[in-house]
Ligand binder design. Structure first.
Ligand SMILES: Cc1ncc(COP(=O)(O)O)c(C=O)c1O
Length: 481
């Protein structure tokens, strides 16, 4: 069955389910409405969520945004299987975390091929048993040297690194304070640790954090402050000097997630400590290999005592298979390139600045540029759906973020620059966003005005793109090259 057929059949069934669902749909619901329902049937929420998805599919919104199938590499340009037709479609992509393009760097690929031929395609054993290949050890050493730390423990993902480390370190009667906008893996790890003291403090609000520590630290046993270095949704940089000062004041340890700062921040890409000129100021330095290094995996680097403890007590490291040797080999090479070829990072910042400047000048509401994650404010979910659809039709792929990833009514387009974007791609994207912003009347508006415009959008507007999609007026990217 072709993708085309399955989609047509799927849409017909979806439309039917939408009717049956009696009012569950994108106009009235968001993901958070399906976390729980009143029913005693365990699967009731799944059925209701299916109705929501059915409505999104019937409008074409789901297909344009979720699970677009990419053929070839996830790069500045991507080829996708058109979910509304049978062919391939080229798009400009601002939805990759490979900030430096290292996932397709020839030196990285060569290192992966060599290890693949030498060690096979998997390392199916836990690290403490048969899973410690020489490639894993080399990667551990490389990361430790990169950060000037004694040792490093590698996890299967960044998510696993946060959850594993937090649940290993924290005990009942300990205190953990986390930024409200920290990554989901930090929230999950803190919750699942069972630490009874602490809470999420208001985003980047050092007064709230200090107040929390003053109130609760005296009663707690161990203390930990944990946050993203660059916040994954908004791209803002955390306040490391103040976090360190507060941690010191209350004899707390400090854990920072460098997922988005590795290879990006600092004069030589070494991350947050280099950016602020505060070497050694992070006690538990965690990161992922899924952003600038361009692959998969997570790590915690620090003292030998800390790392050895995590090797045995972080369950998401101890009770899971090691990263494949070939992945480790590619990552080691990626770390070398980050240090030997600064031009990728330099180009990344040139591109981020051009994109930010363009959006700012045409009147999109974009916060100050702090990282390559640039966000354009759309507020209401309806406006997010509508603008995302328009972007798909214009051949632009970016991230769209709504509650619960951001506060309700504060949806954003998440437009991530990387080193491989060309000036033409950036300018074209800005021009398309200018046209979309003007169509919806949100250029030059503040957040409250944009929210008001979005809330007043008629539901029928979400259909508008579907008609236009059929029209030649929406030029595929390929037509304009
Ligand atoms: C700040 C932050 N931490 C952790 C993670 C999880 O990393 P991974 O994708 O390697 O599991 C992400 C990924 O989105 C992230 O943005």
């Amino acid at each position: 069955m072709s993708a085309d057929n399955s989609d047509t059949n799927g849409n017909r069934m979806d439309a039917q389910r939408t009717k049956e669902a009696l009012g569950i749909g994108v106009a009235t619901h968001s993901l958070s409405d399906f976390i729980d329902t009143a029913s005693n049937d365990l699967f009731d929420k799944c059925g209701k969520f299916a109705s929501f998805l059915a409505d999104a599919r019937a409008r074409g919104l789901y297909q344009a945004q979720y699970r677009l199938t990419i053929t070839g590499p996830l790069d500045h340009r991507i080829l996708v299987q058109d979910p509304f037709g049978s062919g391939l479609r080229e798009m400009i992509c601002f939805d990759s975390n490979s900030y430096l393009g290292l996932h397709i760097h020839p030196r990285v690929l060569a290192a992966v091929h060599r290890a693949l031929d030498h060690a096979g395609y998997g390392t199916p054993s836990a690290q403490l048993l048969g899973g410690t290949s020489r490639y894993l050890r080399e990667l551990e050493e490389t990361v430790s040297n990169f950060y000037g730390r004694a040792d490093t423990v590698i996890f299967p993902s960044g998510y696993a690194a946060n959850v594993g480390s937090l649940t290993a370190l924290l005990r009942p009667n300990d205190l953990v304070a986390r930024d409200r906008f920290a990554h989901a893996s930090i929230h999950d790890g803190c919750r699942w640790s069972g630490a009874s003291w602490g809470r999420a403090y208001d985003h980047d609000d050092m007064a709230d954090l200090a107040g929390l520590m003053a109130q609760q630290a005296p009663q707690a046993k161990g203390k930990l402050i944990v946050t993203d270095g660059i916040f994954s949704m908004h791209g803002r940089v955390c306040n490391l000097p103040e976090l360190r000062a507060i941690a010191d004041r209350y004899q707390s340890k400090l854990m920072i997630d460098e997922a988005h700062s590795l290879g990006v921040l600092g004069s030589s890409g070494h991350g947050l400590e280099e950016h602020f000129g505060l070497p050694g100021s992070i006690d538990v330095l965690m990161g992922t290999f899924s952003k600038a290094p361009g692959a998969v995996g997570g790590y915690v680097t620090g003292s030998t005592d800390l790392v050895d403890y995590l090797r045995f007590f972080a369950r998401s490291c101890m009770f899971t298979a090691a990263l494949p040797a070939a992945t480790c080999a590619g990552l080691t090479e990626a770390f070398r390139i980050m240090q030997e070829e600064p031009e990728h990072r330099e180009q990344l910042w040139v591109n981020a600045q051009r994109l930010w400047q363009g959006l700012h000048e045409v009147g999109w509401l974009v916060p100050p540029l702090e990282s390559p994650i640039i966000t354009a404010f759309v507020g209401a979910d309806k406006l997010l759906w509508a603008t995302s659809m328009e972007l798909y039709e214009a051949g632009i792929k970016c991230g769209n973020v709504s509650f619960p990833a951001v506060p309700r009514g504060e949806a954003i387009l998440r437009i991530t620059a990387n080193a491989r974007h060309t000036p033409e791609e950036i300018d074209r994207t800005v021009a398309i966003l200018e046209r979309i912003g003007a169509d919806y009347g949100i250029l030059g508006c503040n957040a409250a005005e944009i929210q008001e415009i979005g809330a007043a959008l008629p539901l029928s507007l979400l259909e508008r793109g579907r008609d236009n999609r059929q029209s030649a007026a929406f030029s595929a990217l390929t037509d304009t090259r």
